[in-house]
Write a protein that binds this ligand. Structure first.
Ligand SMILES: [Zn+2]
Length: 158
């Protein structure tokens, strides 16, 4: 069965940024997602369309089809007091919680007196992504999965 909308796809992947240093992977436990619902980055979803179980592919994705371009206006000034007693260093990567209670990775760009310049860009913004993917399984999604907009394999939250 081919990868297509309203099908649940299980795949293994590894990701590097052009230097073959793997920065993320499925670590032997396939990732499942509902195809056609933007659960994964758009450039990758498009490239997987039509693939079949057992097939492997190397996929290169430009920033615009990945995590977007880096936006300088996403570097914002935050008062030092917002971080409490925590020790801060330039380059530190922290996790902030946004208004919808999602975890957002942020980076301390610069410390300036009692202000902290915080980079809210995604760490992979502006990067060209190199994925190696292998499709493990493709199946029709259940009505419930289609209603929820996500796959019910493995880890997921309602
Ligand atoms: Zn669900």
């Amino acid at each position: 069965m081919k990868v297509a909308p309203k099908r649940v796809v299980s795949l293994e992947y590894s990701l590097h940024l052009g230097d073959h240093q793997v920065i993320d992977s499925s670590e032997g436990e396939p990732l499942s997602y509902l195809h056609g619902t933007a659960q994964i980055i758009p450039g990758l979803e498009r490239q997987l369309e039509g693939m079949e179980p057992g097939e492997s592919k190397q996929v290169t994705i430009a920033p615009a089809d990945g995590y977007g371009e880096r936006d300088p206006s996403n570097v914002q000034e935050v008062p030092r007091t917002a971080f409490g007693d925590r020790e801060l260093h330039e380059g530190d990567e922290l996790v902030a919680i946004d208004d919808e209670q999602n975890e957002v990775p942020v980076r301390i760009e610069k410390l300036v007196g009692d202000k902290v310049m915080v980079d809210f860009n995604h760490p992979l913004a502006g990067k060209t992504l190199h994925f190696e993917v292998t499709i493990r399984d493709v199946r029709e999604a259940s009505d419930e999965e289609i209603a929820h907009g996500h796959a019910h394999d493995g880890h997921h939250h309602h």
